[in-house]
Design a protein around this ligand. Structure first.
Ligand code: FAD
Length: 498
């Protein structure tokens, strides 16, 4: 029943942009309406689309195309009611340049997509143009120089797998179908961040198509302001078509662990976790979280990865084995690093609706463990499909100066993510309320900031405050490289007015 209603809604939304202007099975009409950068109506005609197609190798997808329904969807199902007027798939730099030029010429609302994992749906839009880098997705590794050149539309699995062949790796996120493009431009947290820094800390250079349709190379010497800004400033400055990463030797075998406890022990588990993690070496990345799944009671767990064999991990895991609380379930085992990176892919499959709020902690208040548990368990307890997870930063990523890249909050050793996902639309409001209220209750313990890659509904002031001392420098770069704010579907940094 709900499915039917949703379909009806989608059909209605489609009709706004397309139905009267796209004759069935006929490609496109002489004129059709799209949406401009400020929400105004823009008329596109057949000749303009034909010209775009002439310059494009990746494929131009229109609402009448057979693959439109698949192509328009992103990871977070909450935004799959959006219907772009056209999706320009890009296979190389020329495709990206011509897509940007087309969008500029027609003043179109424009979204940029790599892996489509934007929590807040920024990689799609209603009635505008999506520049989809999906087909531009090869990773080439130079094992001698220990360098990976990764195309701007690649998923993390491309980087992980290509590097693994040579016993090499660099920091990438925990789910291998996440895009290198969004993850890296926002920072890039992952299993290797304490050992090698964030993904951006391993970037050597980038190629960027800027808002004027030019291709620029940026590194420490060439366009250094652009290179600085794309390392944490998100998609504000242009479309990165090539990321050059420093790789590191990595034993293919690492050790993962998970200890799950009853909720009655949760406060002690968090107290133990913060002590345990404060002592951990840079080879260890550990988190602690409470979760209530689709069924059953909530549980609390400590889990993580040690970069090395199980034997090497033993000394560091010893405190966990000796912890006074008895786990309901304990698992320690070796895995290939690249397999582990893909291990959570299915449970994080695209399509469900999702909401989360995020906070950094630059110190651990002694009352935090109790506050976490009290907040999660308030009232009748957490709704199904909710979680509250503490993750750790620190290590190399915490020792790099805050102004070395645009990424702020390096001084925060811990971060909190409060999340929910759902299938039935009717559940969304209640679950989002649970996340928002949980976040508000714990905000006093945090430094007030959030991870830019987990932006949900934060406003302009929050984004400005979040970049702290790096903000004005980001505005300088935005004003220089995107003075009209063409790239604004992101955690937006506004250019100065001319
Ligand atoms: C299941 C899941 C797991 C995650 N795990 C992690 C994790 O372990 N570590 C972590 O740090 N983050 C993680 N994230 C957050 C993730 O980093 C962000 O959602 C990120 O924006 C996703 O990048 P994408 O390319 O897949 O997304 P998209 O939705 O395609 O892009 C998001 C935004 O990034 C920008 N962008 C994308 N590609 C480019 C490019 N080539 N050049 C310039 N700008 C670009 C655009 O502004 C775009 O709106 C996770 C997200 C999900 C959904």
């Amino acid at each position: 029943m709900i499915y039917m209603k949703r379909r009806e809604l989608l059909t209605t939304a489609m009709s706004v942009f397309a139905a009267s202007t796209f004759p069935a099975g006929n490609g496109f009409a002489a004129d059709f309406q799209a949406v401009g950068s400020q929400g105004e109506k823009v008329a596109l005609n057949e000749a303009a689309i034909a010209d775009l197609q002439k310059h494009n190798k990746g494929g131009v997808i229109l609402p009448t195309s057979a693959d439109y329904e698949t192509a328009r969807k992103i990871w977070n199902g909450s935004f799959n009611n959006r219907h772009p007027a056209l999706i320009v798939r890009c296979a190389d730099n020329n495709d990206v340049i011509s897509a940007v030029q087309f969008a500029r010429r027609h003043n179109l609302l424009t979204a940029v997509r790599c892996g489509g994992h934007s929590y807040s749906g920024q990689s799609t839009c209603d009635g505008g143009l999506v520049i989809d880098l999906g087909p531009y997705n090869t990773t080439v590794v130079d094992p001698g120089k220990k360098i990976a050149r990764v195309d701007g539309g690649s998923m993390l699995r491309s980087l992980d797998r290509a590097s693994e062949k040579y016993g090499l790796a660099t920091t990438a996120g925990y789910v291998s179908h996440t895009g290198v493009g969004g993850l890296t431009t926002g920072g890039g947290q992952g299993r290797l961040q304490r050992k090698f820094g964030l993904s951006i800390d391993n970037l050597l250079s980038v190629d960027v198509v800027t808002a004027d349709g030019k291709l620029l190379h940026a590194d420490a010497n060439e366009n250094p302001d652009l290179f600085w800004a794309v390392r944490g400033g998100g998609g504000n400055f242009g479309i990165v078509t090539m990321f050059e990463f420093q790789l590191h030797e990595l034993s293919p075998i690492v050790t993962s662990f998970n200890y799950t406890y009853a909720m009655a022990d949760a406060v002690d588990v968090f107290k133990f976790y913060f002590d345990f993690n404060d002592q951990a070496s840079d080879d260890m990345v550990a988190g602690a979280g409470m979760r209530r799944g689709a069924e059953g009671a909530p549980t609390v767990s400590i889990s993580g990865t040690f970069i090395g064999s199980q034997k090497e991990a033993e000394a560091q895991l010893a405190p966990l084995a000796k912890f006074s609380k008895k786990p309901i379930n304990a698992r320690v085992g070796e895995a290939r690093y690249a397999d582990l990176q893909a291990g959570a892919d299915n449970e994080n499959a695209a399509g469900r609706e999702f909401y989360s709020r995020y906070a950094f902690f630059n110190h651990v208040d002694p009352k935090l463990p109790e506050a976490l548990v009290k907040t999660f368990m308030r009232g009748d307890g957490p709704p199904a499909r909710t979680s509250m997870s503490i993750g750790s930063q620190g290590g190399v990523s915490g020792r790099i100066p805050e102004n070395a890249t645009a990424y702020a909050h390096r001084d925060a050793p811990y971060q909190l993510s409060t999340s929910a996902d759902w299938i039935e639309k009717s559940e969304g409001q209640g679950l989002m309320k649970f996340c928002r209220e949980s976040h508000a209750a714990l905000l006093p313990y945090s430094d007030g900031g959030f991870y830019i890659n987990q932006t949900t509904d934060e406003g302009e002031k929050q984004i400005r405050d979040n970049y702290r001392g790096n903000y004005e420098r980001l505005v300088d770069a935005k004003t220089k490289y995107d003075p009209t704010n063409f790239f604004h579907l992101n955690a937006n940094i506004r250019p100065r007015k001319a």
